[in-house]
Design a protein around this ligand. Sequence first.
Ligand code: 4FN
Length: 248
Amino acid sequence: MNFLFITLFPEQIEQAASHSIIKRAVDKGLISVSCINPRDFTTDRHRTVDDAPFGGGAGMVLKPEPMVAAIRKAKEQLPDARVIAMCPGGRTLRQDIVEEYAQCGQDMIFVCGHYEGFDERIFNWVDEKLSIGDYVLTGGEMPALIVMDAVARFIPGVLGKLVSAEEDSFSTGLLEYPQYTRPVDFEGLTVPEVLRNGNHALINRWRRKQSLKATYLLRPELLPHDMDKEDRKLMTEIKAELQGDADG
Ligand code: 4FN
């Protein structure tokens, strides 16, 4: 899959893509990461990309001509790509949306904002708006990198042989169960017995229960509405144990 970033700060993208799993995916030819800088499409002596907003107010707005010229260039390079403007007003990224992008396999062009944002007219050249969450940022580059990171994990071969994105512990939609490695005793804190006695049926049940418990306590909105019989039984145990804890 090809990821193309329209950004005034391509170094930020290149540096983020030059480490670890994403770097290896690029080196293996599983993904490509490239940038187009709207500043390269300016025609004035000062290479101006922003200007004061009509109607007044603080800050600067990204001018439409260099942005749209950059989008057109990007579409020439990746004609079948989806053009995604990273902005706070977009739908909020979630794992199900990530899986949707990965599934369809379409190349992605990310349009990243800076300053106060885009001239509204550029959205005529955009397929959709996307946000990573509700907080104020200085630019859309980090959000776009997050989308790429989350999507790239699903491309076959990007993760090692041992883990695939669909099979890994996150894909249950629940929080993770606690993990331990050596030593068995760290400053008096020991690894739960069940993980050390090699009974994999018991281990799987313990892990499922811990995932459900963590999700119930920390992120109850993530719990599935339609649990199977085994999960419902584990939930009953969890609630009884928590009630017991509360009663002393
Ligand atoms: N942000 C909010 C309301 C108004 C403005 C912002 C804000 C970067 C160019 C956009 C932010 C958050 C998630 C892109 C935020 C995202 C951005 C994102 C983003 C500079 C203009 C701006 C109500 C959400 C707090 C600055 C709320 N996902 N403006 O952050 O690009 O993708």
